[in-house]
Write a new protein. Structure first.
Length: 135
């Protein structure tokens, strides 16, 4: 029988951007069976009208535009989303919480436990917020 794994998403939208928290489960590792099965990530979706959009150049994850974002341990994901005509509709930039010394995150099964992830997502949201948008 297939192993079904779960994924949860929490999203909040700002003007011309969205921030998303993702948690999914993985199977128990044969390499590190004591490691938790939860994997967390935070993503920003930056749309063409956003002031930061024009700073991106291609899909290099380590470019200045991606590295400037306040992400946990820096960016570890960058994806360009396009419409059917090939026009860029958003840059999705994110960071996972599965680095050296991040073991605790693998044990957090809900957003309440992963308060650091939520705090980081809020910091990213606030960083992307236009100066003229209400606090």
């Amino acid at each position: 029988m297939s192993e079904w794994l779960k994924k949860d998403l929490w999203s909040t939208r700002g003007k011309d951007y969205m921030v998303q928290i993702s948690r999914h489960t993985v199977g128990t590792s044969s390499y590190a069976p004591e490691e938790g099965v939860n994997r967390w990530a935070v993503y920003a979706y930056i749309y063409p009208e956003h002031r930061h959009f024009k700073r991106f150049e291609g899909s290099d994850m380590w470019q200045e535009a991606a590295s400037a974002l306040p992400l946990h341990a820096g960016p570890s994901y960058l994806r360009i989303h396009r419409d059917d005509d090939g026009n860029i509709t958003s840059y999705q930039v994110g960071a996972d919480y599965h680095h050296l010394y991040d073991d605790r995150f693998a044990d957090y099964a809900d957003l309440e436990d992963a308060y650091e992830v939520k705090r980081d997502a809020q910091e990213l949201f606030d960083w992307l917020k236009p100066l003229d948008e209400e606090q």
